[in-house]
Design a protein around this ligand. Structure first.
Ligand code: ADP
Ligand code: MG
Ligand code: ZN
Length: 640
């Protein structure tokens, strides 16, 4: 229905203008003859100037001796001879005058009368006709409401995705090889009494290739692939989702063996009875229908239901019961080798310069998902094209890394000289503290060019992929996060503190809170977690934290957070005071060149021989500390 409105109205207005313009040219084209009053006409006739008069209704067209015509008007009821006699025209003159009374030709007369009404009427009629057609289209759509609308990829289709298009995720691929086997030769398994799995659940962070892998399974097994997203089940009307599920499964069963893929299943598969929103009734019905359908079909029918989610924790337990999605495949975030392989896949069809090292790119992109990497190469290609190059160089790709990580450069944001100075000191503070602390990642770049929301940034990248982080890491993170704030304070004084550090402060507070409440790393509060994570949807937002501790403990947590952040500021302060000369050097370079790369930054420290480590309290070994393998370890860029 969207198309009716603006476009059609525009078309009609345009048509009206064209018709109007055409009509006006018809009358404007010929020059209108001179118009005389009756008195003037009579005197011309008396003078013998006029040879003939044509009468058409009340319009008199008189022809002069020289051939020109003049126009005059009379009352419609009055006949011309009577009129002329009333003006005392002599009968002889009247007889000489050639008077012709003309009738409008029939059709023309009718048209002249009707046309002004007919044109708008026609336009109106066609407008109504188009409207009616649109509405009918909507009606037709309403009839197909219960159909699933799943997209289908036929078997044997050209250019199908296969495992070759998926890099990394080795365990997941191995696991899914089995599924491919089931689909290719089910007899082999049923002969020995094995049941073919009905459901496979792919779990992994966004962009790790869940959708891609599901396609690849269908491609490898060369079976049809039905693809629908969980959110497509949910419509305004209750019951539609369930109808779509029924339709989808019956379509799949007709096409067995095949894969039925429900993407983002958490949209319908959330735990039942936990929602407050209005749509949850509908979701429950849809989910129930999925459960019923999955139980209903013969395990050897050859339909394998795959589903993907990045929130396995919110799924309804009924979905995960044996006989439903009992196979769970985890897609890990890519390691450095995986990242190189993914980059390799996505450089197909992109002309790279010889100097480009995908290995170096992989090193520079910890925490990037497959989708981020694909995006990075695309951005690089766009940048190369914009620069009028035929090939993509390392410079473009490195720039794209930062763009994907931090957002686009904002050259238009002009900082005043004073703001530039403050930003330079702020970033120098982050970088200096990061360099001096043992647990920190190496500084790759410092910049005072605005990017995304940040006025400047200090880019630190880990040297290797890490799954575990220690208390020492977090303590150092805190000091680095506060490095910018502390530098501003040291250089410009308390009164000159700016708002630019608020993001850092929030980040630091969050880290401190997690040290205490999630990782049990605080001596004062002991080895337990605080706050229960529960799933509740209220007005579309998740309220994930629920207090499971007393008011007194809340105070203790607050006090501990303050202690940690104050200690971190002390650490940063010590480093900045000690390395003040280096800080001035960093700021000087930043103000002239805007960015400092890793090599130059490192060389600042080798030029002065004394290199001291920051004095830090020894930290008790916290061996298997924060075990959080699926947490994104994206290096948090420090925003000014
Ligand atoms: P998800 O469904 O997990 O959110 P997708 O499968 O939609 O992620 O991935 C998005 C895109 O990222 C893919 O189309 C592909 O181009 C790229 N991608 C992600 N993971 C990989 C991978 N392991 N190998 C190759 N490309 C990948
Ligand atoms: Mg997906
Ligand atoms: Zn900062």
């Amino acid at each position: 229905m969207r198309s009716i409105t603006l476009r059609n109205i525009l078309v009609f207005v345009l048509a009206l203008i064209i018709v109007g313009a055409a009509l006006s040219t018809v009358t404007v084209g010929t020059k209108p003859p001179q118009t005389l009053g009756i008195g003037e006409l009579v005197s011309e006739i008396t003078a013998g100037n006029i040879t003939a008069v044509d009468i058409r209704e009340n319009k008199l067209t008189a022809t002069r001796k020289d051939g020109t015509t003049v126009v005059s008007y009379k009352e419609p009821t009055e006949s011309l001879p009577t009129l002329l006699r009333a003006y005392d025209l002599s009968p002889e003159r009247l007889r000489e005058l050639n008077i012709a009374v003309k009738q409008e030709s029939g059709a023309m007369a009718w048209l002249a009368v009707l046309l002004p009404f007919l044109i708008p009427l026609l336009l109106l009629a066609s407008f109504i006709y188009f409207m009616a057609r649109q509405v009918q289209g909507a009606n037709n759509r309403a009839m197909t409401f219960g159909q699933s609308g799943a997209r289908e990829v036929q078997k044997n289709q050209k250019g199908r995705t296969t495992f070759k298009d998926v890099a990394g995720v080795r365990e997941a691929k191995e696991e899914l090889h089995e599924v491919v086997e089931f689909l290719k030769s089910p007899k082999k398994f049923t002969a020995v009494g094995a049941k073919i799995p009905k459901g496979v659940l792919l779990m992994g962070s966004p962009g790790t290739g869940k959708t891609l892998l599901a396609r690849a399974v269908a491609g490898e097994a060369n079976v049809p692939f039905f693809h629908i997203s969980g959110s497509e089940f949910v419509e305004m009307f209750v019951g539609v989702g369930a109808a779509r599920v029924r339709d989808l499964f019956s379509r799949a069963k007709k096409n067995a063996p095949c894969i039925l893929f429900i993407d983002e299943i958490d949209a319908v598969g959330r735990q039942r009875g936990s929602g407050l929103g209005g749509s949850h009734d509908e979701r429950e019905q849809t989910l129930n229908q999925i459960l019923v359908e999955m139980d209903g079909f013969d395990p050897n029918a050859g339909v394998i239901v795959m589903a993907a989610t990045n929130r396995p924790d919110v799924l309804d337990p009924a979905l995960l019961r044996p006989g439903r999605f009992d196979r769970r495949v985890i897609l890990d975030e890519p390691t450095m080798d995986d990242r190189e392989a993914i980059l390799q896949i996505h450089t197909r069809g992109k002309p790279l310069e010889r100097e480009v090292s995908l290995r170096r790119l992989a090193e520079r992109t910890p925490g990037f998902s497959g989708a981020d990497l694909a995006n990075l190469l695309n951005e690089g290609a766009i940048l190369a094209a914009r620069r009028g190059k035929k090939t993509i160089g390392m410079a473009e790709l490195l720039e794209s890394v930062e763009k994907v990580m931090l957002g686009p450069e904002r050259k238009s944001r002009i900082l005043s000289p004073e703001e530039r100075r403050i930003t330079a000191y702020h970033e120098a503070g982050h970088a200096l503290v990061a360099h001096e602390l043992t647990h920190a990642d190496p500084v790759h770049k410092i910049s005072i060019i605005s990017r995304g929301h940040a006025l400047g940034y200090t880019l630190k990248l880990p040297t290797e992929d890490r799954n575990l982080r220690s208390k020492g890491d977090f303590i150092d993170d805190l000091a680095i996060a506060l490095g910018g704030y502390t530098a501003e304070r040291e250089i410009f004084g308390d009164n000159e503190l700016t708002t630019g550090a608020s993001n850092d402060l929030r980040q630091a507070t969050k880290v401190a809170r997690r040290i205490i409440t999630e990782y049990g790393m605080s001596d004062a509060l002991g080895p337990r977690t605080f706050g229960a994570h529960s799933e509740m949807i209220f007005l579309g937002r998740e309220i994930t934290e629920q207090r499971d501790y007393s008011e007194k403990v809340a105070e203790a947590i607050d006090a501990e957070i303050t202690k940690l952040t104050n200690a971190a500021m002390k650490t940063a302060q010590g480093i900045i005071r000690r390395e003040r000369a280096r800080m001035e050097e960093i700021v000087r370079i930043l103000l002239t060149k805007e960015t400092i790369e890793q090599e130059e930054f490192e060389s600042l420290f080798t030029s002065h021989p004394h290199q001291m480590r920051a004095p830090r309290e020894p930290i008790a070994p916290v061996a298997p500390a924060a075990r959080e393998p699926r947490q994104k370890m994206r290096p948090a860029p420090q925003a000014a």
